[in-house]
Design a protein. Structure first.
Length: 320
């Protein structure tokens, strides 16, 4: 699954881009569902109040029942990403090669599993499943982004760019960053779904910020264009996430020194807290792309700075 990738069919490449963009719709709507506590606006699934999902009078709920409007919008967005994933898989089987088919099949299976998990969350009414649904949604988006990266017309060029600067310590920092950020994303999920562990989430934010900053600094110093670009994505999403995190804290808890009082359920609170969740997922994806790119480049022999030989040992056990 690792040979030449420069000739991915243009139609597959465009569908891969569409998959990444469309995936943001159910993710964003899902974040808003959690913010508004609208996950159980309907007690049934896949129907909505006993009606076919496509025939339900969605827009009539916009003013009178916003929780149902948001939840049904999330369901429709889920159907849309499912449809796009089917198109991607079918097209790849017709037009492209084996490694592409493996990826698109994984994307299709993942989106089906994600939809089933969302349905189980409703039918069983379990907040734990709701949080897991959010975590797996982030994982699904990471899979889509990595696939789109490997479909890039620049992929083969990036793989040939040799880097001498990255050290084993820097590589370890890049590799561990997705784990740290995913842990922080999970703490945010606990806070949003169970309304606890605020202090742990704040402490995790500090650790994740330091780790992501070190990883980005390391990536920006490399000679490989793909790694440098990955570093810029981490910097951008990290800055946005810090700003949105501060906004979420203020709109949720207020800011007494300046006399600002938080209003529960306000528009600013709903928008900022939801965007904070979505941006957190983007930060997870950025770190995963960086670590995945590094692993592929290392396997391809492009990371010369990571190649080192242990000193020879003589028969007497001394270093030669």
């Amino acid at each position: 699954m690792s040979v030449q990738r420069e000739d991915v069919h243009p139609v597959v490449r465009k569908l891969a881009t569409a998959t990444c963009l469309v995936a943001l719709l159910p993710i964003s709507m899902g974040a808003l569902v959690t913010t508004l506590s609208a996950g159980m606006a309907f007690a049934d699934w896949p129907s909505s109040d006993g009606q076919n999902m496509l025939l339900y009078p969605w827009f009539s709920d916009f003013v009178s029942q916003p929780d149902k409007f948001v939840e049904h919008g999330h369901r429709l967005a889920g159907m849309l990403i499912g449809f796009v994933s089917v198109c991607l898989a079918v097209t790849s089987y017709i037009l492209d090669r084996r490694w592409v088919k493996w990826f698109t099949t994984a994307i299709l299976i993942s989106v089906i599993a994600q939809g089933a998990l969302g349905g189980a969350r409703v039918l069983l009414d379990r907040q734990l499943l709701a949080m897991l649904h959010s975590m797996t949604g982030a994982a699904f988006f990471c899979l889509c982004v990595v696939f789109r990266l490997m479909c890039s017309t620049q992929w083969s060029k990036w793989r040939l760019q040799i880097d001498h600067r990255l050290s084993p310590l820097g590589a370890a920092t890049i590799a561990i960053t997705p784990i740290v950020i995913l842990g922080q994303y999970m703490l945010g999920g606990v806070l949003r779904h169970f309304h606890t562990m605020l202090d742990e989430h704040l402490a995790g934010a500090f650790v994740a910020t330091v780790c992501a900053s070190l990883a980005a600094f390391t990536l920006l110093r490399t000679e490989n264009a793909l790694l440098r670009r990955s570093g810029m994505f981490i910097v951008t999403t990290l800055l946005l996430q810090v700003l949105l995190g501060a906004g979420a804290y203020v709109t949720r808890l207020g800011l007494p020194p300046i006399g600002y009082v938080a209003v529960s359920g306000s528009l600013s609170q709903s928008v900022v807290c939801s965007l904070h969740t979505v941006c957190g997922m983007l930060l997870v994806a950025s770190s995963v792309v960086s670590a995945t790119s590094l692993a592929i480049l290392y396997r391809g022999g492009a990371m010369v700075g990571l190649d080192f030989e242990l000193p020879a040992v003589s028969d007497r056990g001394t270093i030669a």
